[in-house]
Write a protein that binds this ligand. Structure first.
Ligand SMILES: O=C(O)CCC(=O)C(=O)O
Ligand SMILES: [Fe+2]
Length: 368
């Protein structure tokens, strides 16, 4: 009898690394239980919970997403199989990111950039997988991953189910029509969205000490919303509203979410695009790879980014009554230019105090 379950290519199974035993200065982030979303009054209740988190921290986590743990672990298994390919294979020329064009799709090798003006090399490799839609068919896709394309596409749709719920809550918070942000981030519209696998390689204590233990520079995310599947290897830190660096705690079965630059622009800065970074993990976790699974949501290429006509923001005086004088920037233009500006260098210098501007949209990666 034919089976209804699609056959999976066998891979070694993946189990999450153990959590750290070290007591770290953790951030107190809100946990939003999305299983309440469809219950009567659920969306309004969740929007209320989210409102404070998103205007204060810009980071929160979601649980109750319905994504089975096996599907998440399978993604890590595929990521691990990919990163374990010989370098010549995983870094094949046709799958590389093209930073000169601000194109982040494809593979980014580690050891290609110097860190903070030293000779220490960057320790992160990543692969960004575009959506499976015809308008993205000529973007770089790695041949190894294409054998898993039906699973990758299904997982992107799973991610989108979560994203749509969060965008609906954001619209409710700003008192906008419920589909305001959903409509500007449609799976079928061309955008720079990607599913990402990322692997950090351990570095020696000595080398890390020369670059303030930096595994990823402090930055804000370039798009609208980032989903980071909960990560047991500590290292991700956010800069809180009172200026302290605090670690993001793993949330079992959860997804850490953060607002990026473009959603911050839409909300005139009400939703915080919070500065974050990754530092060397604590001593019980610093000798292994740190593998991450993400979905980065970018605005549709043709979508206008400009402050939204939110009654809440108008009452707060954050946007003017008449928005017609504000010149929007297109999603594609903003994201491509930001990626090029951030990555098309030989040195990952500290960006403290540097500003980046496209049209009327301006970002300061870390205030000096
Ligand atoms: O690796 C992490 O935990 C965060 C990475 C990150 O912030 C990014 O890639 O934008
Ligand atoms: Fe980030």
């Amino acid at each position: 009898m034919p089976s209804a379950i699609p056959k999976q290519i066998p891979l070694p199974s993946w189990t999450p690394p153990a959590k750290t035993q070290h007591e770290l200065p953790w951030a107190e982030l809100s946990v939003i239980d999305l299983s309440q979303f469809d219950s009567p009054g659920g969306k309004e209740k969740l929007a209320d919970q989210l409102k404070e988190a998103v205007s204060r921290d810009g980071f929160f986590s979601v649980t109750g997403t319905d994504i089975p743990a096996e599907e998440v672990n399978r993604q890590y298994a595929i990521a691990t199989a990919f990163f374990n390919l010989p370098f010549e294979e995983r870094g094949c020329p046709e799958s590389r990111c093209d930073f000169a064009k601000g194109n982040y799709f494809g593979y980014r090798a580690m050891h290609e950039k110097k860190m903070k003006g030293t000779d220490i090399l960057d320790n992160v490799e990543s692969i960004n997988i575009p959506k499976y839609i015809p308008s993205l068919s000529s973007e770089p896709r790695h041949p190894f991953l294409e054998q898993f394309s039906s699973e990758l596409e299904a997982f992107q749709h799973r991610s989108f189910d979560v994203v749509r719920k969060i965008f609906t809550l954001f619209a409710l918070i700003l008192e906008l029509p419920a589909s305001y942000f959903v409509d500007r981030h449609l799976y079928d519209d061309r955008s720079e969205d990607h599913l990402r696998y990322m692997r950090y390689h351990p570095r020696s204590l000595l080398d890390d000490a020369k670059i303030d233990n930096t595994w990823s520079r402090s930055h804000t995310d370039f798009g609208s919303l980032t989903l980071l599947w909960s990560q047991n290897v500590a290292g991700l830190q956010i800069k809180t509203h009172d200026g302290d660096w605090r670690y993001v705690r793993p949330v079992d079965g959860g997804i850490i979410c953060n607002v990026g630059d473009t959603l911050s622009f839409w909300s005139a800065g009400y939703f915080k695009s919070t500065i974050h970074r990754v530092v060397r993990p604590p001593p019980d976790q610093d000798g292994n790879y740190r593998v991450g699974l993400f979905y980065f949501v970018r605005p549709g290429d043709e979508v206008d980014i400009a402050p939204a006509p939110s009654p809440l923001l108008k009452r707060m005086g954050m946007v003017p009554e008449d928005l017609s004088s504000i010149k929007p920037v297109k999603g594609y233009e903003y994201v491509r230019e930001r990626v090029r500006n951030y990555h098309d260098h030989q040195d990952y210098a500290d960006r403290k105090g540097q500003k980046f501007r496209v049209g009327d949209l301006e970002i300061e990666d870390e205030v000096a």
